[in-house]
Design a protein around this ligand. Sequence first.
Ligand SMILES: [Zn+2]
Length: 402
Amino acid sequence: MADFEKDRFGRYVTQGLSPKQFDKVFDTIHQDRQKRRRQKARQLTPAVLKNKNLDEILKLGKKQVGTFFTIDDLKSFERNRKQVRKQYTGTQTGITHAQLVANSRSIDVKRANNNVDDGSGITSAAFKGMRHNVALIDVTASQRSVHKNHRVEIRFETWDEALEDAAGNDVGAQQRIAKKMVKDRVSVNCNCGRYQYWYRYIATAGNFTIAPPKEYVYPKLKNPTLEGVACKHIIHALTRMQGSGWQSRVLMTLRKNAAGEHYGDDPKKTTEYFTDDEIKRLNRNRKSQTNQRAARAEFNRYQARLDALAGKLKATDKQQLTKTRKQLLKARTITQKEQARREAAQRKLEEATAERDALKQQLADTLIMQKQIFIDAQVMAGKTPEQARRAYLEHVKSKLGN
Ligand SMILES: [Zn+2]
């Protein structure tokens, strides 16, 4: 692995790097952090949360208010976790822009909009590359932060669908497809502490974090009520993505993919790092203000549509059930008719057989009678019974020979 420069505090220098180096240094930061975390103790892991063993709970240490965690705390944590799972996990991966903004803490939205005067606001971000269907964004850290940059990743979960729709379509239609895709379901990631310690747990439960890493350790100190969903960097980056400038660059990659270039899942083959000129050009088009009220309204409409669809599905279920029941009834009627038909046929067959047997018998009787008459006549004409029987056989033979 390449060695990256560190500052006097031991932090990696993330400014002035090429998009490729920028991407790599954050991979390194991520790996270092994972290593450190593995050595850390006192985490509220799923096992501790489930078992609620008193010794384990005491090992968690104290709350911010200075008292130890209790079983009740853990119970409420578990309730919160279940609530989050219910709230965000659909059957599909990802979260829409509207849902993400609507459920964010308003302080995070204010910071994303640089609507704060304590230096914690976001002032700039640059779209630096595409790793297949993941947008790589460099968000400049706030003035207050000890960091210089953060890497936000946004993965478009409806990429394949958009790709199919875009293929062979005209430019106008493709732009609409791209616009729809960037506001539709995405998975996200940011390397900042806020996302890691406050939100990744929620995003893991809700199935909209780019994994690895997944986060299973309950944020018992930072975010025990599990409020909010994303840090200011993610909110800022995803809102910028709603602007036509960044979108058109995503569309360019989508088009290349649709044409069969770079197609596949090998990230080495599919990562595109933009040139400095391109990055500058992309930054001219700015849509940086996140409107939480509009997002909430949109999310509510979306939710209402989903509910209506669910209602329709239920109604359809009912109709389907009635239809099936009718079909079953019809099938049963048919079966009864069929049964009757078969029984009649059987009866006819039996009757026919009986008739045929009777005829056979009649024929046999007639033959026996004819034989006897023939023999009697021969005997009366002076033949011995033996001669008469032989004469009869000759007579039958001569008849069969005809
Ligand atoms: Zn962040």
